[in-house]
Design a protein around this ligand. Structure first.
Ligand code: PEP
Ligand code: MG
Length: 558
């Protein structure tokens, strides 16, 4: 048995025969061309043919993985027609008297190198796309059929790397898993794999030769391992794992696509919390109704300098487009306390959890705030973005936020930049915000209760201090009463209220939240279906009556 470790793109177990996939080597020779005009015509014809292929791929992908994930093939169509890309190829043909294949290959190299050197992650990812479209052109120019990845029987596909266009061509029924030697977890290929629900690994250092081709193997997508020629014991363990996964999946499958509605007709929104674009696949996979909390500060934490407006815009737009019209609540940066960032050059504080953090930084350093708001407003033109502000304690803060947002909108308008009017919400995570939530509710479109901080500030227990774990009790009646109060105030003002702190995924409280009338729970993607299961089995009205009669443990909340 040989064991190879990689990075997991999608969990799950696959057992079967390996098929090593090698791309048709595109040997590109430099040939001197006298009739450059005809060569340019040949290149343009190839572009048209490639466009036709991409159009078909797009239609296939829309059916199989949805519009948002198919968008990459539209992007490829646009890239093929990109003026700089085309000029580079045609100029090379004309000025260097070279064949179209050579000009395409050279241009692909130059552009891919240029994209790879960019700081913006989104742009860096485009390097793979430039290579992909150029390979497509080369295939057409060579007069070869499109890469054929059909297998006669289901197999584990092992490849050096897979382009998005190759991944989408995989016949799902014939592919048990795919494992690549290279490839990024953030690539569109990875996103497509997750959406398709195929166990997959990248960065697994397998030899792409006869030593593995045709061999029996087991892929453990959860732990990122592939066992080639597994021994009896490993095979048995993997078979059991697969059986358990099947049972679990069957159970969850029955809940997918169902409305989150209680027995007595109370509907609730079940959204997902994410920290980066990487989490989007899990969001889709678990049937989230939207994103209830995108912790945007992680974009800042991953950098060693302020992320630019363009970098942020690319990320927010991508998330909005991927969610294809579903609500995406992006929280403005919540830096400070445990989430410290050197380049903000904040003074060292005695008590950082109660210090200069979150909205306080934004309001005292509006230039940072404005950059983020500009990116958010611009991205709002590409989906249903809502903006949420953390650590609110006063009406004055809301007034200042609105002033800055108005300036940002004026600027965008004067520059002719499109935006939509994103909903404006606030986190309720300080006792002050709870106590004036009736007033705050008049100023915003929604509330999201941050029970992690609300617990720490209400109980005066540092959430970072492990020694205080036994005192950190989000089930404390004070916290639960606050949640109930916030929901009531929200409803009186005609807005909705949700929970995005960890308590939202505590299934021992789901019935109670429903009884309180909580409108939304935003939880880690994997918690969505288990909560849906409880929602479907709950009679919220009866549970509320039981609470009022003191039947349940948390009667103190009423
Ligand atoms: C919270 O405080 O409950 C919350 C959701 O925000 P964070 O955990 O990021 O502080
Ligand atoms: Mg918080």
């Amino acid at each position: 048995m040989k064991v190879f470790h990689g990075k997991s793109v999608f969990s799950g177990t696959a057992i079967g025969t390996i098929r090593v996939y090698k791309k048709g080597e595109q040997q590109v020779k430099r040939i001197r061309i006298e009739d450059t005009e005809s060569e340019i015509k040949r290149y343009r014809k190839a572009t048209q043919a490639a466009q036709g292929q991409l159009k078909k791929l797009y239609e296939k992908a829309v059916k199989e993985v949805g519009e948002a994930n198919a968008a990459i093939f539209e992007i490829h169509q646009v890239m093929l027609e990109d003026g700089d890309y085309q000029d580079s190829i045609e100029n090379m043909i004309c000025t260097q008297n070279v064949n179209a294949e050579y000009a395409v290959a050279q241009t692909a190299d130059n552009f891919a190198r240029m994209f790879s050197a960019m700081e913006d992650e989104y742009m860096r990812e485009r390097a793979a796309d430039v290579k992909d479209i150029s390979e497509r052109l080369l295939t057409v120019l060579h007069g070869v059929d499109e890469t054929n990845m059909h297998t006669a029987s289901p197999a584990i596909i092992v490849a050096d790397d897979l382009a998005p266009s190759e991944t989408v061509q995989l016949n799902k029924d014939m592919v048990l898993s795919f494992v690549t030697v290279h490839g990024s977890l953030n690539s569109h290929t990875a996103i497509l794999a997750r959406t398709m629900g195929i166990p997959a690994l990248v960065c697994a250092p397998l030899p792409l030769d006869e030593t593995i081709d045709g061999k029996y193997a087991a892929v453990d997508g959860t732990n990122g391992v592939i066992y080639v020629d597994p021994d009896k014991e490993t095979l048995e363990r993997m078979r059991k794992k697969k059986e358990e996964e099947k049972k679990r999946a069957e159970l969850l499958l029955t809940l997918k696509g169902k409305e989150n509605i209680t027995l007595d007709g109370h509907k609730i929104m079940l959204y997902a919390n994410i920290g980066s674009m990487k989490d989007l696949a899990a969001v889709l996979e678990n049937d989230a109704g939207g994103i209830g909390l995108f912790r945007s500060e992680f974009i800042y934490l991953e950098n060693d300098r302020f992320p630019t407006e363009e970098e942020q815009f690319a990320i927010y737009r991508f998330v909005a487009q991927t969610m294809a019209g579903k609500r995406v609540i992006i929280r403005t940066l919540d830096i400070g306390a445990d989430k410290s960032c050197d380049y903000f050059q904040l003074e060292k504080e005695e008590n950082p959890a109660m210090g200069l953090r979150a909205i306080r930084i934004c309001l005292t350093r509006p230039e940072i705030f404005k950059t983020q708001l500009r990116a958010l407003y611009r991205a709002s033109a590409f989906g249903k973005i809502a903006i949420m502000y953390p650590m609110i304690t006063s009406l004055e803060e809301i007034r200042k936020i609105k002033e800055i947002a108005a300036q940002v909108k004026d600027e965008l308008e004067s520059q002719g930049i499109r935006y939509n009017e994103p909903e404006q919400g606030i986190m309720i995570e300080t006792p002050a915000a709870v106590m004036i939530s009736d007033l705050l509710a008049e100023e915003v479109d929604f509330f999201s209760i941050g029970t992690n901080d609300l617990t720490q500030y209400t109980l005066a227990v540092d959430r970072q201090n492990m020694a205080l774990d036994e005192f950190y009790d989000p089930h404390h009646p004070a916290v639960l009463r606050m949640i109930s109060m916030v929901v009531d105030h929200a409803h009186k003002a005609g807005i909705w209220a949700g929970i995005c702190g960890e308590l939202g995924s505590d299934t021992s409280l789901t019935k109670e939240f429903l009884a309180m009338g909580v409108d939304e729970l935003s939880v880690s993607p994997g918690s969505i279906l288990p909560i849906r299961q409880i929602v479907l089995q709950t009679d919220a009205g009866a549970y509320r009556a039981g609470l009022e009669a003191g039947c349940y443990r948390n009667k103190d909340t009423q």
